[in-house]
Ligand binder design. Structure first.
Ligand SMILES: [Zn+2]
Ligand SMILES: [Zn+2]
Length: 288
């Protein structure tokens, strides 16, 4: 590649975008188009800003998660057509092709949330793979960005927490950008992994937020006046109904959370003693 001499300090950044493509997007066609175009433009911007930058995009809908880019079946980049950078038009083409494959023809879906957490797992293993492929097992400069549109039901709570703790251990920041309503689970993830959490009110504000907040790398962010993250909703989801609770019963063995008292822990099968009413010990009669 005929790039300018890249010193070690300019090693570039591997950005893994996790894109929510829940079928609920289809309810507003214009909005869906703006959404996908915005994310594509942001991906292009990331690649164009440095020759050393790398990109991966993983999409998640209600039923599956799948790699959109890079795509192993499209190894070679085609010739320049319209004066654009070859790589960028290549990215656009692959994204469109793979999204089309992923689109479901029926709009019937029972799950209101996407399998973001599955895509997050894929992203973590992808970063790990690139690290090991780079040789010397050197830690690479990588981060993950989750863009979410669907509503959140807390059904995958434990999986999310596992992913967050893994990312934290890998020192991999996970940025969260949610559109519409706040999502406590993602807020926790950004806080745990050292990423940024930001809520965008509507899709047409997405580009601005992506450029101003999620484009700068971690070093530059320290020098920027970014919007305050606010207080993090650290409620846990109970293991019985998957709903977020303020107060709960916790298994003393495995720390599973239950919104009601249960006789048996469904995670570790620990038996809890039945709650007995507290009785005063019988008074001993003094025998003279
Ligand atoms: Zn419950
Ligand atoms: Zn337990």
């Amino acid at each position: 590649m005929a790039s300018t001499s890249a010193s070690d300090s300019e090693e570039g950044c591997l950005l893994v975008i996790i894109l929510d493509v829940h079928p609920c997007l289809a309810s507003n066609e214009g909005e869906a188009e703006v959404y996908l175009n915005t994310v594509t433009a942001f991906a292009n911007l990331h690649l164009a800003s440095s020759g050393a930058n790398r990109l991966a995009i993983i999409a998640a809908n209600h039923a599956q998660s799948c790699y959109l880019y890079p795509d192993q079946s499209h190894e070679e980049v085609e010739r320049q057509i319209d004066g654009r950078l070859e790589l960028l038009s290549h990215v656009d083409k692959i994204l469109h092709e793979n999204l089309k494959k992923m689109m479901v023809t029926t709009t019937i879906f029972t799950q209101s949330e996407s399998l973001i957490v599955g895509a997050l797992g894929r992203a973590l293993t992808y970063v790990r793979r690139i690290e090991s492929e780079d040789g010397l097992n050197k830690k690479i400069n990588a981060r993950i960005l989750v863009i979410k549109v669907s509503t959140d039901a807390g059904g995958q709570y434990l999986n999310y927490v596992n992913m967050y703790l893994t990312a934290q251990k890998m020192r991999l920041p996970v940025d969260m950008c949610v559109i519409g309503s706040d999502c406590g689970l993602l807020q926790q993830g950004a806080d745990i992994t050292g990423g940024l959490y930001y809520k965008v009110n509507s899709v047409d504000k997405l580009m601005q937020s992506l450029m101003m907040i999620f484009m700068p790398n971690l070093d530059s962010r320290r020098r920027l006046a970014l919007p305050p993250s606010g207080s993090v909703d650290y409620r846990a989801a109970c293991f019985c109904h998957r709903s977020l609770v303020d107060m709960a019963h916790v298994c003393s063995n495995c720390l599973s959370v239950y919104c009601k008292a249960v006789p048996l822990c469904s995670t570790c099968n620990a038996l809890f003693g039945m709650e007995m009413p507290i009785r005063k010990p019988p008074k001993k009669k003094k025998n003279d």
